[in-house]
Design a protein. Structure first.
Length: 134
């Protein structure tokens, strides 16, 4: 596999990640709408609040998983470029910079910004559902 093939595969994976990202944004929007509807409903009981909370948290767990996969797609590309370099192939300056910027160690978690985003949305969803209305 040459450098161009690695970049092509990386780009293809990023397209899929972007589409999943759009789906995550829509699911988060739906979670926030459900939380708002639960808060505004006079008929909301404990069961409704628990189910609404679970939907929001499952959505955010999925976002966590996808943000982790998205970050590791970058690492996989950097690792493949690094392996190509170790095999004796000369890499472009862009590839060298990409390897040094991204690194070759896989992460079990999203980036700090991704985690912060998920935590803030979790507070927004759970706050809408569980905090007092006054």
């Amino acid at each position: 596999m040459d450098e161009l093939q690695i970049w092509t595969l990386f780009s293809s994976n990023r397209i899929g990640s972007a589409l999943i990202g759009i789906g995550i944004i829509l699911a988060i929007w739906l979670s926030l709408r459900i939380a708002k509807a639960t808060r505004e409903s006079d008929e909301a009981n404990l069961f409704t609040k628990v189910v609404s909370s679970l939907f929001g948290l499952i959505t955010l767990a999925y976002a966590w998983q996808q943000y982790t996969i998205g970050g590791n797609i970058r690492v996989a590309a950097a690792q493949n470029l690094s392996n190509l370099k170790e095999s004796g192939t000369e890499l472009s300056q862009v590839a060298e910079g990409f390897i040094s910027n991204v690194g070759t160690t896989f992460s079990p978690t999203p980036s700090v910004l991704g985690i912060a985003f998920i935590v803030v949305i979790a507070v927004m969803i759970l706050g809408q559902i569980w905090l007092p209305k006054n």
